[in-house]
Design a protein around this ligand. Structure first.
Ligand code: 6CS
Length: 356
């Protein structure tokens, strides 16, 4: 979309938020705003997923805890995917400060903060989910990332995994050569194009909301997402195979508008940080439970779906080998900052593997 038109659209979205009744409440404004009047202060939290997904449960729990801790002085309004547009719209609204909080997944945010695409590289993290969970909380990694987020007017609050990325496809994929000419839907960050081109596929970037119909109309041959999302968006209905290559995890980040965050009183800032810390453990359990439960549902609803729980070690090694040069492309695309970040992620995983 033309940049100018996009901005007009965003201005209309902002106006829409006021018309939706939010304007009748006191706007978010940190310490000063929280010291006057009896109306609750409203914090808006937009997520990139629909109701009943990992991000939705996360945002609802954030809301519950913040409202409880502030005795209702702050109320959090959660906007599920679609209510404020696509991931790109949500990111822009948080950047502008029209909303205070948003989830921003590297799969889309990479267009704004290229270095965050480090989390899109394949075979980078540990094979063990708990290890990755610890690594993603690494303070040095967080600080390095936050420096990049702040330059774009975001405050990075959290990085977490929503589970393994799983392919649902119309044909069987066992090894890279099976991807020859295969139209794979990817999120819209450029690194994902590189990642699947490395296997010989033809990657097709699309917003989340367009994936189901693109599969249905045979415009694409497959897509990649965690199990809970495959069930929630019904992608399994329009594909024949569900393959678990364990090549990457779906990583997301939680952000706040930087000006809003810095304008909060120290006590409020501490409360947000404390809540975010508490939610790191909480969300690990949520993604584990949702991915497990939804897999059982999919099996029950579509018994004829071919589920491939793992690739052979030999084929997995072929994918790993094909993926490695994408790390060089990442460094080429992101320069010194990207290179340093890549090293930090690898160090954080190593430290977590050693139980530090
Ligand atoms: O594939 C996507 O575009 C989306 N998938 C998930 C699991 N969350 C948000 C993201 O936009």
């Amino acid at each position: 979309m033309h940049r100018r038109l996009q901005n007009v659209g965003l201005a209309m979205l902002s106006a829409g938020l006021c018309l939706a009744g939010v304007s009748s409440c006191r706007p978010a404004g940190g310490a000063d705003a929280s010291a006057s009047g009896n109306d609750p202060e409203i914090w808006r939290f937009a997520i990139e997923e629909s109701r009943g997904s990992v991000q939705h449960e996360y945002a609802l729990e954030f809301k519950r805890r913040v409202e409880e801790k502030t005795g209702g002085a702050v109320q959090v309004k959660v906007y599920p995917y679609g209510t404020l547009g696509t991931s790109d719209h949500i990111t822009e609204l948080c950047h502008l400060g029209t909303i205070e909080f948003a989830t921003a997944s590297p799969g889309h945010l990479g267009k704004v903060i290229p270095e965050v695409q480090v989390f899109l590289l394949h075979f980078l993290l540990s094979d063990d989910q708990r290890t990755n969970h610890r690594a993603l909380r690494d303070p040095d990694l967080h600080a390095a990332l936050n420096e990049l987020y702040r330059k774009k007017n975001f405050e990075l609050l959290s990085v977490f995994s929503e589970g393994w990325q799983v392919w649902t496809t119309k044909t069987m994929i066992r090894e890279p050569s099976d991807f020859d000419g295969f139209k794979m839907r990817v999120m819209t960050s450029p690194m994902l194009m590189e990642a699947y081109e490395a296997y010989g596929a033809s990657p097709t970037p699309l917003p989340y909301s367009e994936v189901y119909s693109a599969l249905q109309l045979n415009m694409i041959d497959g897509q990649v997402n965690p199990v809970f999302a495959i069930e929630k968006q019904s992608f399994y209905e329009v594909t024949d195979y569900m393959i678990f290559p364990r090549h990457a995890q779906f990583i997301t980040t939680v952000t706040a508008n930087r000006r809003f965050f810095e304008g909060l009183s120290p006590a409020r800032r501490r409360m947000v940080n404390e809540t975010i810390r508490e939610l790191h453990e909480y969300v690990f359990e949520v993604q584990r439970r949702l991915n497990e439960e939804r897999l059982a549902l999919i099996k029950q609803r579509k018994p004829e779906l071919n589920i491939v729980p793992e690739l052979s070690d030999e084929n997995r090694a072929k994918f790993r080998k094909a993926s490695l040069h994408v790390r060089d492309e990442f460094v080429e695309m992101t320069g010194r900052d990207g290179e340093r970040l890549l090293k930090r992620v690898l160090d954080a995983v190593e430290k977590a593997e050693q139980g530090q």
